[in-house]
Design a protein around this ligand. Structure first.
Ligand SMILES: Cc1cc2nc3c(=O)[nH]c(=O)nc-3n(C[C@H](O)[C@H](O)[C@H](O)COP(=O)(O)OP(=O)(O)OC[C@H]3O[C@@H](n4cnc5c(N)ncnc54)[C@H](O)[C@@H]3O)c2cc1C
Length: 467
């Protein structure tokens, strides 16, 4: 008899949802995590702190109100790190409480400590101070997440040279910053500091950034960030970073030099599997610490599953939660449904980006015909009211039957209103539903109707000529 039916390693979004789902299915469940990490990277160092900082920055800088009140509008003139930290700490502690409460009222046993495999059905849990206990389970779900990857050649000091964990603990708002890596996390922090008035330079090895997003939207983002004094160095690599008294000198391979108060590395993430003794359970991880799973999130060992960032792309809190739920159902032998192909992507740059479905490039590459319908926020009453003159919503529509193939949004509320498109797509709806539906006025959601009419009119014009 095992101690638990299901044991979950890691209490981030994937682990939490797996544990709660299994408990709802009537299983005896335990979840292991370190004392100060309940809620995982998501709550403590990743999603929640970064999104709270963003909200604090948007509010205190008054940036989103400047279209209405003028470019000098500020809520607070000198924004300090403590202004930002106060809000972040508040949200982290509230969210940690919520998670503890959810786990406890679902009778999930919280096991505090660092876990490592003893064998395929047992983990050693080191609770600190020489306390170590063995816990056993029929099924195990690994949700150990990732940490920022740190190039060996870089001397991180948590002050001048930081990664995305260190950046939330900076002691002062830097006057200048180099962001190395133009991925999602790099660009979110680049725009956040640019909004605070930091002079940001983004250095990216590739020629493009966020190439999985709509091209036009990425162009709009670059335009906006340049307006906030962000400099982009695409096709460039940092060769060395020299630390000086209160600044760093970044030397690029091309010979360019950039001085900055802070250098933030955002060079990918590494699975937290090196200390898990995976081999004791018959498992391995790849070079980046990721564990391979099948379509049901089962690893090479039958009773062990893995979910969340530790299995790689898309490495989002949103998808990790769902993977946790699905893995738990499979591990418990219970049926479950999923809509894997319609996962939205949200990027909290300033302005934000969100999309669901295909991009224009993907459709073109697969020779799938599509029509585009566009709504610009500046033509919506709500857009004017909130002072968003740049936002846009784009629908990609199949001309033959009106099916929605993709929805792309840029600007205020993008990550919220995308779910309307997702729901329509998920329910097999067409552009006709959006043309016929009545939307509250004045709302940003109304963009769907405007874009749908645009697409429907274009399709009608073609049909008129083409037959
Ligand atoms: C800066 C930043 C911003 C982000 N923004 C977003 C966003 O806006 N939206 C979004 O959807 N996603 C975002 N993400 C991604 C999101 O945070 C992750 O996808 C999500 O946290 C992954 O969840 P997870 O279940 O894999 O576990 P994680 O949240 O990674 O947590 C893993 C947990 O496992 C524990 N653990 C690891 N090893 C052991 C061990 N040996 N013993 C005990 N416990 C262990 C850790 O202590 C940790 O608590 C962001 C990430 C970062 C870094």
């Amino acid at each position: 008899m095992y101690d638990y039916d299901l044991l979950v390693l890691g209490s981030g979004p994937g682990g939490q949802k797996a544990a709660i789902a299994a408990s709802k299915l009537g299983r005896r469940v335990g979840i292991i995590d370190r004392r100060d990490m309940i809620g995982g990277v998501c709550i403590n160092t990743g999603t929640v702190p970064s999104k709270t900082l963003r909200e604090a920055v948007l509010y205190l800088t008054g940036l989103s109100q400047r279209d209405l009140y003028g470019s000098s509008y500020r809520v607070k003139e000198e924004i300090t790190v403590s202004d930002l930290a106060a809000r972040t700490q508040h949200v982290i502690s509230r969210q940690t409480d919520v998670i503890r409460n959810q786990l406890s009222r679902n009778h999930v046993a919280m096991i505090t400590g660092t876990g490592r495999f003893a064998d395929a059905h047992a983990l050693w849990v080191d609770g600190g101070g020489g306390r170590e206990a063995k816990v056993t389970a029929d099924k195990i779900i690994i949700a150990a997440g990732t940490r920022p990857a740190r190039p060996d050649s870089v001397d991180f000091d948590e002050r001048t040279i930081v990664d995305s964990d260190g950046v939330i603990n900076l002691q002062a708002v830097p006057r200048s910053m180099v962001v190395v890596g133009a991925g999602v996390i790099g660009m979110e922090y680049a725009s956040l500091f640019a909004a605070l008035g930091t002079k940001v330079t983004v250095v990216e090895r590739r020629e493009k950034m966020l190439d999985f997003c709509d091209d036009e939207i990425v162009e709009s983002l670059k335009y906006h960030l340049r307006d906030l004094s962000v400099t982009f160095r695409f096709g460039e690599e940092v060769a060395a970073v020299e630390k000086h008294q209160n600044a760093a000198l970044c030397i690029l391979k091309s010979g360019k030099k950039i001085v900055a108060d802070t250098v933030m590395y955002s060079a990918g993430r590494q699975g937290q599997t090196d200390d898990l003794c995976l081999e004791a359970a018959g498992l391995t991880a790849d070079r980046r610490g990721r564990i391979e799973v099948d379509a049901n999130y089962r690893t090479a060992v039958d009773n062990i599953y893995a979910v969340g960032d530790v299995i790689g792309f898309p490495a989002l809190a949103s998808t990790s939660m769902e993977q946790g739920r699905l893995a738990a159902h499979h591990a418990c032998g219970e049926p479950v449904r999923e809509i894997g192909h319609l996962q939205p992507i949200g990027i909290y740059t300033i302005p934000e980006i969100s999309f669901v479905g295909k991009t224009e490039d993907e459709l073109t590459d697969s020779s799938t015909p599509f029509e585009v319908g566009i709504a610009r926020y500046r033509e919506l009453a709500r857009g004017q009211i909130v002072g968003d003159s740049y936002g846009m919503l784009k629908l990609l529509v199949a001309p033959d039957d009106g099916t929605l193939l993709g929805v792309h949004v840029f600007g205020t509320g993008a990550t919220e209103i995308i779910h309307i498109g997702q729901a329509v797509m998920g329910c097999g709806g067409t552009v006709d539903f959006l043309v016929d539906a009545v939307f509250n006025y004045p709302t940003l959601s109304e963009a769907y109707k405007v874009a749908a009419l645009d697409a429907a009119n274009k399709i009608r014009n073609i049909t008129r000529i083409d037959g």
